[in-house]
Each structure stands twice: as structure tokens, then as C-alpha cells.
Write a protein of this length. Structure first.
Length: 283
């Protein structure tokens, strides 16, 4: 069975990319799901899938994050990976779906968990905002703050992979230099600037619409926004991207990994000059 992927809110679940992609499970917040139900749910996922990778926002409410750690601790399971991501809400939903796509491939649970950090670099996540006065996740200059008070002002922002901020009509956002798709979500109708201008500038293959995640307004600092994320959608490209990275074994828990940190125990991979030579001892 494929490794189970989970998210922390149902509005982080996008429609499946294809009939073969399983949906992520949802590990709800403590005010929605009692602890006994959360334990039973996680236990069932482990019984069915062997391992569980939980993708959650780095800005997750402390009580919810404590719940995740409590579930892992009470189940005494080293088969649960808790992966925090800095991506904005819609970008995080995209990343969750990509992990679900890869979960049906031949990657080990450790590689799948640690691939989240790699794949996040290829998600260009941003929004069109009517105000940036409460935007905390992207640097905002004093002049831009002042312009935010002008009636009718709109700002185009990219929060990931590199912060960018321009006033709509007075600048352009740098986008991906590879074939991608664009998913758009808005509290009202998606902004035409995103679906027409940005989509053409970034040469996206298709524009898809999705519901706005519930915590997007708090993440972006305003309820008047259109959120967007450009991403790799082709499973063969995602597979080659992950498969091309050197695999190692975690020196702490033994799980297979890619990159510089284990997805399950978060142990860093030592720098090459600090690694033991073959045989396990220094001469």
C-alpha cells in the first residue's frame, strides 16, 4: 500500500490530479476532533499504509501542533513524519497533492517525506491583495505600506520560493522557467490580472480554480485577495526530480532520505567533511 499523506485541514485537499492519485487524509484540530478519535484515525492509517506523512503549515496553531506530537507520542510510533512547510495555504495544498501523486510510486516513506522540501522549491505561491498593511510573511517597505492606504490599490505578491512584491500595473513578478500549471482561489471571482495577465506572463499550460483555504485571509493579512500557485503537474517530471537526488540513510533513525534532513526524525545530514569514512571510524 502507498504511504499515507495527511494534511491538517479539509480545505488543503485539492481535487485529485488523476484517477490513480489517492486523496490526503485530514488530521483535524483539537476543537473539532477529540483525542480518542484522532488516535484511532492515525492508528487506522498506519495499519492500512505502514507509514504516515503529515504535511502542515509552519504557522499551524500551537494547540493543533501539540495534538500531532501527542498522537505520535501516544502511539509510540516512529512511522509518523511531521513535516512543517513555510508555503502559503494554496501552495501547501498543491504540495500535498504532489506528495499524494508520488505516494503511488516506488519511493520509500523516508524519501517521500524528505522530498517535500525539494518539491516546495518548485511551487511559486502568491496572491493579489488589496492591502499589505498586515502582511507579515513578505518584507514590505514603508512607501508600499503608505500606498496600501490609497483607494483601489492592488498588490501582487509572491511569498515562495523568493519574496516579491509589486503594485499591480507597475511591475512584473518573476515566475517559473519551466512548464507549469496555475491554480487560483479567491473569496470572490478570481482576479482577471491573475487568470489573464499573470498566466500569460508565466506561460502556464492551464489555469484551474479552487476554493480559497479557510486560513488564507489570516496568512495574507486581508480577506480581499486572490491566491495563486504555479506548480509542476506531470507525475513523470515529479518522479524524475525526486529520483535524481542522491539517497542516504539517516544516521539517527535509519530511514532513507534525500536532501539535508530526515523527514521522519528531522536529524540533519552531516556535512561531507564530518561524515565517517567506510568502516565507521577515523584513522
Amino acid at each position: 500500500m502507498p504511504t499515507a499523506i495527511a494534511v491538517t485541514s479539509p480545505d488543503l485537499v485539492l481535487p485529485a490530479a488523476d484517477p490513480h492519485t489517492p486523496p490526503p487524509a485530514v488530521l483535524s484540530s483539537p476543537d473539532i476532533q477529540p483525542l480518542d478519535d484522532a488516535l484511532a484515525h492515525a492508528h487506522r492509517l498506519l495499519d492500512l499504509h505502514g507509514h504516515l506523512v503529515v504535511l502542515h503549515p509552519r504557522s499551524l496553531a500551537p494547540a493543533h501542533e501539540r495534538r500531532l506530537h501527542t498522537v505520535r507520542s501516544l502511539l509510540e510510533s516512529d512511522r509518523i513524519a511531521l513535516v512543517a512547510s513555510p508555503l502559503p495555504p494554496l501552495g501547501l495544498a498543491v504540495l500535498a497533492r504532489q506528495l499524494c501523486q508520488l505516494s503511488v510510486c516506488d519511493f520509500s516513506p523516508g524519501v517521500l517525506a524528505s522530498s517535500a522540501r525539494l518539491l516546495a522549491h518548485y511551487v511559486h505561491a502568491g496572491a493579489v491583495l488589496n492591502s499589505v498593511t498586515r502582511l507579515d510573511h513578505v518584507p514590505v517597505g514603508l512607501k508600499t505600506h503608505a500606498k496600501s492606504w490609497l483607494p483601489g490599490s492592488q498588490f501582487a505578491v509572491v511569498a515562495h520560493p523568493e519574496p516579491q512584491l509589486v503594485r499591480v500595473g507597475a511591475g512584473e513578478l518573476e515566475g517559473p522557467d519551466y512548464a507549469c500549471r496555475l491554480v487560483v482561489a479567491g473569496a470572490a471571482a478570481p482576479a482577471e490580472w491573475v487568470t489573464v495577465h499573470l498566466a500569460a506572463a508565466w506561460r502556464v499550460g492551464a489555469v484551474l480554480e479552487a476554493p480559497l483555504p479557510g486560513y488564507s485571509p489570516s496568512w495574507w493579512g486581508t480577506s480581499k485577495l486572490t491566491e495563486f500557485a504555479a506548480y509542476l503537474s506531470d507525475l513523470s517530471v515529479l518522479y524524475q526530480l525526486v529520483a535524481s537526488v542522491r539517497r542516504e540513510s539517516c544516521r539517527w533513525c535509519g530511514m532513507e532520505l534525500i536532501g539535508d534532513r530526515c523527514g521522519f526524525c528531522a536529524s540533519p545530514v552531516p556535512a561531507p567533511e564530518h561524515r565517517l569514512p567506510a568502516g565507521g571510524t577515523y584513522s
